[in-house]
Design a protein around this ligand. Structure first.
Ligand code: TXA
Ligand code: MG
Length: 309
């Protein structure tokens, strides 16, 4: 506990001085910086090798702070009440008087915002005078990190501090909903869109060919850098075989995301397992069919993107 507190102090010290600090969240770890500072946020892009055209998500711990930067509406209120803190990101109208850095929005008049559910990060945010811009803490297009160790692997000693908040409980990025006009899902993620539809009393769909582009959703994202075959029943001997239910036969190249098709477990273990397979130097990956329902839709979305690299 003491260590936690001193790390929070250290994180605040570094962030106040415009450095980046990696933070734990329930979805994936983020690479955070002061969202009001041009200098701090430009470091995020440099470290991640991310194009400046791809805007960042800003993390808050309370509504009062959010209202300094964004215009909130009824749909937001409903979803906030039901799901926050939690794995959902809202795109809202940016207030003219907001101090959010242009680097964060890429000059857009909208802002993506989120209330993460991780005690360490909530504690950190409560000590700061600014919200935190934080994309996933991985090099651009690579697998997102779900533990402190994963972030260390991505960046080595290039970042001064990685706060430890344990393994990410969800293991997949947040669901992004655009609430500026008619609600629209921009990215599948930790919350099933059916649950969001239910709260808004309106059927929402996720369409890939949207008018609003989410640049980070390019097909090259979430890549372990190895070819992936999806929906397979049997694998070749040189493939890593990713499974979601127990098989009788034990094999060295079998990797379980779950033993009984539990989709929460599958989501939580996905990036961790792909990272492990990559480290073991497999050249190919085969994945068993994953039911395309609930969280399964977000899991399949990530696998499809990864398989196109
Ligand atoms: O779970 C998450 O959302 C994690 C954790 C760290 O919070 N963050 C995350 O950030 O996944 P990132 O940068 O890897 O993905 C953010 C996505 C990008 O695809 C970006 O294009 C989109 O959000 N985005 C950001 N601002 C936007 C805006 N104003 N309108 C539409 N899309 C936006
Ligand atoms: Mg990302």
């Amino acid at each position: 506990m003491k260590k936690d507190l001193s790390n929070i102090k250290k994180a605040k010290y570094l962030l106040d001085k415009n450095h980046c600090v990696a933070i734990p969240t329930e979805t994936v770890y983020g690479l955070a910086a002061n969202a009001y500072s041009n200098q701090a946020t430009s470091k995020i892009y440099k470290l991640k090798k991310r194009p400046k055209s791809n805007p960042l998500i800003v993390h808050y711990s309370n509504l009062k702070d959010l209202e300094k930067d964004c215009v909130i509406n009824d749909n937001f209120q409903k979803l906030y009440k039901k799901f926050c803190p939690g794995p959902i990101t809202f795109v809202l109208k940016l207030k003219r008087e907001s101090k959010i850095s242009r680097n964060v929005t890429n000059g857009k008049k909208t802002l993506a915002v989120r209330f993460p559910k991780n005690a360490v990060t909530i504690n950190l945010l409560s000590h700061l005078k600014y919200p935190l811009a934080a994309p996933s803490a991985n090099i651009y297009t690579q697998l997102s990190p779900v533990s402190k160790k994963d972030v260390e692997e991505e960046f080595g000693n290039k970042i001064k501090l990685i706060l430890n908040g344990g393994n990410s409980r969800i293991g997949l990025e947040s669901t992004i909903v655009n609430l500026v006009n008619k609600p629209q899902v921009l990215r599948l993620g930790g919350i099933d869109i059916k649950k969001i539809s239910k709260v808004l009393k309106k059927k929402l769909n996720y369409t890939k060919n949207r008018s609003i582009k989410v640049p980070g959703q390019s097909k090259f994202h979430y890549s372990p850098g190895i070819p992936i075959r999806l929906n397979v029943k049997t694998c070749f001997h040189d493939e890593a075989f990713v499974l979601i239910q127990k098989r009788k036969k034990f094999d060295r190249n079998h990797f379980y995301l779950s033993k009984n098709k539990n989709l929460k477990e599958v989501g939580k273990n996905l990036y961790k397992t792909l990272r492990k397979i990559k480290k073991l130097k497999f050249k190919k990956i085969a994945v068993e069919e994953i039911p395309n329902i609930g969280l399964g839709q977000a899991i399949n979305d990530r696998l499809k993107r990864a398989s196109k690299s």
